[in-house]
Design a protein around this ligand. Structure first.
Ligand SMILES: Nc1nc2c(ncn2[C@@H]2O[C@H](COP(=O)(O)OP(=O)(O)OP(=O)(O)O)[C@@H](O)[C@H]2O)c(=O)[nH]1
Length: 416
């Protein structure tokens, strides 16, 4: 592997490297050249206006009791994702690997969770939710446990099934959980992770998925609840499948998803790009992509590219003083694969990046792509502005309700 780096005078990363790397099974030993850093842009944009993020660090807390329903940040209630499943099914490992960059092998030493662990994930404007990791042995149908309150504020319920274990008990638990949750809140999206599939052959994986799909649907039909839709995913922390599955779960919680998809469609069709993803850089969750189908290898390449950019930025980039990040909204990277494909990464904000796949010929029109990207960024800003306005008016409405309530109770108490 040969790398040549150049860090320019202001400490911004300017890297040119060419490395022989095994990208993945299908693209083995491809020659990759990486250009990473601040771009010599012909077009000059005032990027200050795109500083969209109000970053808040992940706030991790474990609680004995169920945390309050209306936990909010800046008066905005975040959608909640519940991680449920039997003991040792892999719930905490999933959370640690996806959101804390823990290496999969380190999860072997994780202790069993004995309290509900709640975490705020607010890395970008569009990725903002809470994850509640439930201990496997918890009896949340205990009368002292207010499960109604928990399900009422839930956006998605992820039920983790250990595919390397006998899953009969897990399926009956899944059925019980889903039926109770649905009665309280029919809007929850039910996601089933058939987890730890790294130990299974491809045929075996498909067979398990089919079997679980059949059994769960039969149980729901027998209970007269055939309208409940369960989404099944084959996952493992040892590959990218867990990130892809989590991306799909998170996307369902983003109300602006159709707009983002539409914007990406317009962007790629006008720029000669084949595929574009909008990534939350920190978690490698893609929050949107254009409407063409996603194949796993493309997604894996995107994740690898983000890793390369972050690693090189961490080593050679200057930390951004505000957020303490080595990359910022001006960071970009270009990787030329030896099959004439170019992967182009550009930061949309400090935490969001666009990763595009295009042919070498199309990349000749980089000026056009950059101009279209500038328009895309502007449009994202507008979507974000609308979101902020909606949140502010909701906050105002809540405050008015509160002051009305306190006024009424004050009047009542003074008349008594
Ligand atoms: N092979 C394999 N093992 C995994 C995977 N995910 C988690 N594990 C292992 O499964 C074991 C249990 O993982 P945990 O994350 O502690 O499980 P949990 O569901 O949080 O367990 P409780 O806290 O007891 O409810 C650990 O040894 C992990 O290393 C996976 O995708 N593949």
């Amino acid at each position: 592997m040969a790398l040549t780096y150049q860090v320019n005078a202001v400490g911004k990363l300017d890297t040119t490297s060419s490395l022989n790397t095994k990208q993945n099974a299908s693209m083995a030993s491809e020659k990759v050249s990486v250009l990473c850093g601040e771009e010599d842009e012909a077009l000059e944009y005032d990027d200050d206006e795109y500083d969209l993020e109000a970053f808040s660090d992940a706030d991790l807390s474990c609680e004995d009791r169920a945390p309050g329903f209306s936990d909010s940040v800046n008066g905005v209630v975040k959608p909640r994702i519940l991680l449920m499943g039997l003991r040792r099914s892999g719930k905490s490992s999933i959370q640690k690997v996806v959101f804390h960059k823990m290496s999969p092998s380190e999860t072997l030493f994780l202790e069993s969770t004995n309290k509900i662990c709640r975490e705020d994930v607010s890395s970008s404007s569009f990725v903002s939710f809470q994850i509640w990791d439930f201990p496997g042995q918890i009896d949340f149908f205990d009368p002292t446990f207010d499960y109604e309150m928990i399900f009422r504020g839930t956006g998605a319920l992820i039920f983790v099934i250990d595919s390397q274990d006998d899953y009969v008990e897990a399926l009956s638990r899944l059925h019980l959980t889903v039926t109770r949750a649905y009665k309280v809140n029919p809007d929850i999206s039910f996601e089933v992770f058939i987890h730890k599939v790294d130990g299974l052959s491809d045929d075996h994986k498909i067979e398990k998925q089919r079997d679980i799909h059949k059994r769960t649907n039969t149980d729901l039909t027998d209970a007269g609840l055939e309208q409940i839709h369960l989404s099944l995913y084959l996952t493992s922390i040892y590959d990218h499948s867990i990130f892809e599955a989590f991306s799909k779960v998170v996307q369902k919680l983003i109300p602006q998803l159709p707009t983002l998809e539409n914007l990406l469609n317009i962007f790629i069709s006008n720029s000669g790009i084949e595929k574009a993803f909008l990534f939350d850089v920190g978690s490698k969750i893609y929050i949107a992509t254009d409407s063409s189908p996603v194949d796993m290898q493309t997604y894996e390449l995107c994740c690898d590219m983000i890793d390369v950019v972050i690693d090189i930025s961490c080593i050679y980039g200057m930390p951004n003083t505000e957020a303490g990040l080595p990359h910022d909204k001006d960071s970009m990277a270009i990787i030329h694969l030896n099959n004439t494909t170019v992967i182009y990464l550009k930061e949309v904000t400090k935490f969001l990046a666009m990763v595009c796949f295009l042919r070498k010929e199309s990349f000749a029109r980089k000026g056009l792509i950059d101009y279209n990207f500038h328009c895309f960024k502007k449009a994202i800003q507008e979507v974000f502005d609308v979101r902020v306005k909606v949140q502010q008016s909701r906050k105002l409405l809540n405050q008015r309700r509160w002051s009305k309530l306190t006024l009424t109770s004050g009047v009542c108490s003074s008349t008594h």
